[in-house]
Write a protein that binds this ligand. Sequence first.
Ligand SMILES: [Zn+2]
Length: 279
Amino acid sequence: MWNAARSDRRARAILLDEEGRALCEDEALSTVPLSEADAEELILLGFRPADRAPLFLAADRGSRGGTWRDLRAASAFLAAEEASLLAFARALHLWHRSYRHCPACGAPTRLARAGHARECTSASCGKRHFPRVDPCIIVLASRGGRCLLVRQPQWAPRRFSAIAGFVEPGETLEQAVRREIREEVGLEAGAVVYHSSQPWPFPSSLMIAFRAELLDGEPTVSAEIAEFGWWSPRELLAGLDAGTLEMAPPWSVAHRLIRDFVEESGLSWPEPGNRSALR
Ligand SMILES: [Zn+2]
């Protein structure tokens, strides 16, 4: 499949540079004919739905001019399918870069499975390696109609978001949710309910989002957070409107968790250009 795709004259490539930034043009991902891609390794991303033309990922050596955007910046203007394609491509790209050598024996590795695996070049090892995904949980914890958001020490002064953290080996997702809530604010959670998920390729996480009902008790500030606060849906909108509260960007699962919490109460989320939903 890889050879047929490579020799398809319609094949095109999206380009990422060393840092994983993509070549963009007119608020879209640029593609170049495969023959113009100056790359040592080509990764087959898939086939365009319209005409089944192959689409590759090529690591550009940085010689090309144009507008290069990182995923966070590009997510602000790319259409949802393109943003998700870039997230996929970037995660693969960074994984390939970090697996140039076999973790088992140290020999160089080479591309395998059309770029979705690498294999060790040592005849005595030959081990195959696959891209890894690191599960992370994010949880909007609430009680009595108000949600509890936290600010991490490295965040801007008004930036608050849902509690989040990596899943540890041997844990269920629900256990990870309860542990993170306990570690960050010292509270126990009652019901934990799945909300949604989002690939988070910074570099290779999968964010799995939950809602949780907090049990009685007073939260405390742990070493992992700088502060916390409680917000009702109306208080969230008022804080955003007044500029005293800042949220994760609209394309993030953290944003969607908080927006859903507001909208479930019957209030509407402010659309761009119409910042105030309260007036
Ligand atoms: Zn090896």
